[in-house]
Design a protein around this ligand. Structure first.
Ligand code: NAD
Length: 289
């Protein structure tokens, strides 16, 4: 059965490397990299993500003192003014606005206000444009995490067929572009794809970001494929117990795949790690280049 691609262990290793790097940067330049995570309102799903981003940042030595929890009644104007201040703040290298924002705030306008060189989530149109053009820039975190898992596992991509399920701005589209950058032959499948199974069976590398619990079953996977499961879905079983599952039916697919990421402990821990790596990259760009 398949090799398990342990994202949690890889994330821990990269975070240990980042800790050393941050310490030497701090000694050389007299300040740590700074990250400001802005959380507006009390969306319960955001709470754990925000806590994890700040906690992990702190653990590698990044200064998260400028992260803020703002009340849901904050106006868009006030949020934009705060972003302007953080854009101008020389001790802040990364700005991340946790989504979703409250209804009365236009998230597109807010994300566009972040200075592209501080956009550690890689979602600003300038950074997405750089990705499309194959230019260096800040890359969005979950797709970057997927690519790092593949490269660390030594999975060949050039000339291989990669199928991505999902076309969101957050995951599907950027991961497809990154696979293309590595010379894979890329197919993007989505909710309107006819005969999904026929498409996925072509995949040497299958990246699944559909947000549909256990959508991908063993019959849809070509024997020997590498399967990366981005999905995080909370499901409740018939006994009323809740647990996390991916978009891939792990137990059956692991019997046919050559390698597979689990959920949890797969792509998830890599996302926050890439956020920290982006913050350090942004810092270095500002102070060294
Ligand atoms: P999304 O809802 O924005 O996009 C889902 C995409 O999947 C859409 O493009 C849709 O066309 C496609 N899709 C939906 N149902 C499909 C089907 N039956 N067949 C084929 N395609 C289908 O979601 P997203 O933000 O891209 O996230 C996808 C999943 O990844 C979610 O489970 C999310 O929780 C998870 N996620 C995980 C991380 C992480 O750190 N691991 C980060 C972001 C998102």
């Amino acid at each position: 059965s398949a090799a398990i691609l342990d994202g949690k262990a890889l994330a821990a290793r990269i975070q240990a490397e980042l800790t050393c790097e941050v310490q030497s940067l701090q000694e050389r330049f007299g300040r740590p990299p700074g990250l400001s995570v802005l959380w507006v309102g009390d969306n319960p799903a955001s709470a754990a993500y925000v806590r994890n981003k700040n906690k992990s940042g702190q653990a590698v030595g990044i200064d998260v003192a400028k992260s803020q929890h703002l009340k849901a009644s904050l106006s868009e104007t006030q949020l934009l003014a705060l972003i302007d201040r953080l854009n101008a703040d020389l001790t802040v290298d990364g700005i991340l606005v946790q989504l979703p924002l409250p209804e009365h705030i236009d998230s597109g306008r807010v994300l566009n206000r972040i200075a592209p060189e501080k956009d550690v989530d890689g979602l600003h149109p300038v950074n997405l444009g750089r990705l499309v053009r194959g230019e260096p820039g800040l890359r969005s975190c979950t797709p970057a995490g997927v690519m790092r898992i593949l490269s660390e596992a030594g999975v060949p991509l050039a000339g291989k067929t990669a199928v991505v399920i999902g076309r969101s701005i957050l995951v599907g589209k950027p991961v497809a572009l990154m696979l293309l950058e590595k010379d894979a032959t890329v197919i993007t499948a989505h909710s309107r794809t006819a005969d999904l199974s026929a498409i996925t069976q072509m995949a040497d590398v299958l990246v699944v970001a559909a947000g549909r619990p256990e959508l991908v079953t063993a019959a849809m996977v070509r024997p020997g494929a590498v399967v990366i499961d981005v999905g995080i879905n909370r499901v409740t079983d018939y006994e009323g117990n809740s647990r996390l599952v991916g978009d891939v039916d792990f137990d059956s697919v692991r019997e046919v795949a050559a390698a597979i990421t689990p959920v949890p402990r797969g792509v998830g821990p890599m996302t926050v790690t890439m956020l920290l790596a982006n913050t350090v990259q942004s810092y270095k760009q500002r102070l060294i280049e």
